[in-house]
Design a protein around this ligand. Sequence first.
Ligand code: GUN
Length: 297
Amino acid sequence: MTLGKIIDGKAFAAKVQEKVGAGVAKFVEKAGRKPGLAVVLVGEDPASAVYVRSKAKMTVQLGMESFEYKRPANIGQDELMELVEELNGDPRVDGILVQLPLPKHLDEQAVVNAINPDKDVDGLTPISTGRLALGLPGLVPCTPLGSLMLLKDQLGDLTGKTAVVIGRSILVGKPMAQLLLGENCTVTIAHSRTKDLASVVHAADIVVAAVGRPEMVKGDWIKPGATVIDVGINRVPAAEEGKTKLVGDVATAEALAHAAAITPVPGGVGPMTIAVLMRNTLYAAHLREGLPAPEGL
Ligand code: GUN
């Protein structure tokens, strides 16, 4: 039995970052300023703090300006909305990302809705979501776009392929389905109420798992030769007492016996999310300056 290939998301993300870095240098020449990304972090969630730090580091590494806004968990809705308005009006800021989830007392959708769609590098505002649904150019959520880039790199043209997206979140599942539809796939969106998920998955040439349940998708659910994108990042107890490890939504080792290719966790989709955030920031900077979108990204 031949085993499937492990897709090296880290290596592919490095290539995207290299292109973004080159694009940033050209942008600086044309616009006379650096693209800028503002990241807002509310509260002390350690995982969110790690993501925000790595986003800021990568932004600077690629020659862009990073603005970090840390606010306490008990910040009021009005104060947070004012911060977003301030960033909307700040000419140095091309992209605004409010790290999610926000503490429970805050109205997350209202905060996201306040972001100027031209600076919506997360692609989460109703305008961005609507543009994606209509097939118009715009900013697309980072994780699904990164996943699509990996799929196209593996498979080339996706026309006519059957795809199942497991999960219907605003951040991943729904935009992922729209993107695959845009590539002429036949798309099924499965979720926690789907009946006989194993059969639904077994019919798909492309499986995108974004449910947030450790190793829920079993190896023998995968159609022989399918390509599997595992978006899950779940922290679970490790074999060693007191330690934890990261696993995806797919039982990777099992799935390798069936799939043609699969993204690992970690090192698959994760690095692509940050790379695409960088890409989206550069893209937003071009649009704001009235420049044509950067090529090859
Ligand atoms: N939290 C987890 N993933 C994301 C993301 O892509 N964007 C934002 N804003 N928050 C997140």
